[in-house]
Design a protein around this ligand. Structure first.
Ligand SMILES: [Zn+2]
Length: 170
């Protein structure tokens, strides 16, 4: 079963002109991409402007994600707000998609917008997810313990400072 079927836009059924769609993302959306991100609430508004050979899709993303602080593991809320425009060209040719322009075969009758939404949300997320990035303070108990552990670890043992912030990718 395709969990992301609700993100199909059946454009053959649409007249030329502007159409609006609204998606409320849930955790299942991120699970379908094998992502560990959790949703607080995220609303995606899509303006779909249809013309005979080209569609202009404007995504407005608005909401919050739940995450753990990279440093102290406190639960934090990450705001995601942004707007992106994606052009979709209908063509017979086999052309390579670009960042903001994708090609769709003229035989197609629908387009699934889950991948661009997923990509845009990642563009909106901060690279470092820590309390300080969302205006909070890290839990001093945890950060204190981590500092102590590092101190003990490195006593008499010439290990250079380890960078613990390199694990952004899953
Ligand atoms: Zn923190």
């Amino acid at each position: 079963m395709n969990l992301l079927r609700e993100y199909d836009v059946e454009f053959v059924k649409l007249k030329d002109g502007l159409h609006s769609f609204e998606f409320n993302l849930e955790d299942s959306f991120f699970k379908a991409f094998n992502s560990s991100l959790l949703v607080d609430h995220i609303k995606v508004h899509l303006d779909f402007l249809k013309s005979p050979s080209m569609f202009t899709l404007t995504f407005r993303i608005d909401g919050d994600l739940k995450s753990e602080c990279d440093r102290c593991l406190n639960d934090i809320t990450l705001p995601v707000h942004g707007q992106y425009v994606l052009l979709v060209k209908v063509t017979e040719q086999e052309l390579e998609d670009q960042d903001d322009l994708i090609y769709i075969n003229s035989a197609a009758h629908k387009i699934n917008v889950s991948q661009p939404i997923f990509d845009y949300i990642h563009l909106l997320l901060p690279i470092k997810k820590t309390c300080t990035d969302v205006g909070l303070k890290c839990n001093p108990e945890i950060t204190g313990k981590i500092t102590m552990l590092i101190d003990v670890d490195t006593v008499g043992d010439d290990i250079p400072d380890r960078d613990t912030d390199d694990d952004e990718e899953e």
